[in-house]
Design a protein around this ligand. Structure first.
Ligand SMILES: [Zn+2]
Length: 269
């Protein structure tokens, strides 16, 4: 645990975003019926997409926060699907770029009902309601905030921010213990960070810091960050031995690592 990582000079292994990489965000472990992650070169850009086989007769394309999803019947060959994608390449690349910039909207600019907020990889709509006691509940589409003064944007923002940090700690604590167990270690001292440049770090004392924004990532990617930092308890560097430890405790890490690059905007937002 002595090698340095990056140019920071400190003996801290940091997980920083891989700039410029727009990988698939779904990770490598889609259940079989959740579609197939594929990649195609369109207008000089590598575009990841999810191919879902359905009953439909036409080929459907959808672009959203999750990237490009293509739906087609099993009877349509991949080369025919990809020919259609090539035909629509300008639209696809332009729309994906628009969504990438939109990803900066991870926290509301205005804290009012309907504003988008990212939670565990899903874009939810803020729903504010007056109530005597403050509370927050999440359903499939909404982050519902009960607050004595729901029109007070600052108070709501502070309340939600505090809640997100609490949720982050609740979410990461058992995962840290689970990945530590995979290297036969006790859960290391873990704290949350508000860093702008890194998802997590691990220092020589074996202390781990995790960005509270992990609670905004899809859980699989948050897990990858945690597994990555836990692996630094074994190898405080990014050597081949380190990546072997990561792969051992988080199989398929390469796809998650690529995917994480697409969420860099979260750190900067
Ligand atoms: Zn690292």
């Amino acid at each position: 645990m002595s090698a340095k990582d990056g140019g920071s000079g400190a003996q801290v292994a940091r997980l920083t975003p891989d700039a410029g990489i727009f990988g698939r965000r779904r990770g490598a472990r889609n259940p079989p019926d959740a579609g197939q992650a594929r990649r195609i070169a369109l207008a000089g850009e590598d575009v990841d997409y999810l191919l879902i086989r359905t009953q439909r007769r036409s080929i459907g394309m959808q672009i959203g926060l999750d990237g490009l999803t293509v739906r087609a019947s099993r009877s349509v060959a991949v080369r025919d699907i990809e020919a259609v994608l090539v035909e629509r390449a300008p639209w696809i690349v332009r729309t994906l770029a628009a969504w990438r910039s939109r990803r900066r909207d991870v926290l509301p600019r205005e804290w009012r009902t309907g504003a988008p907020i990212l939670y565990r990889g899903s874009e939810l709509a803020l729903a504010l309601h007056p109530a005597r006691a403050r509370s927050i509940a999440v359903d499939l589409f909404h982050l519902k905030v009960l607050h004595p003064s729901p029109q007070d944007e600052r108070a709501v923002a502070a309340f939600v921010a505090r809640w997100l940090r609490d949720e982050a700690l609740l979410a990461v604590t058992p995962r840290v213990a689970a990945y530590a167990a995979r290297i036969s270690a006790a859960a290391p001292p873990t704290s949350l960070s508000n860093a702008r440049r890194e998802w997590g770090s691990c220092n020589r004392k074996g202390e781990i810091r995790l960005n509270w924004r992990l609670v905004q990532l899809p859980p699989l990617l948050a897990d990858y960050v945690i597994a990555h930092e836990i692996a630094h308890l074994v190898e405080l560097n990014h050597s081949a031995r380190f990546w072997a430890v990561v792969e051992a405790i988080f199989p398929g890490h390469a796809a998650a690592r690529r995917a994480l690059g697409d969420w860099t905007a979260l750190l900067e937002a």
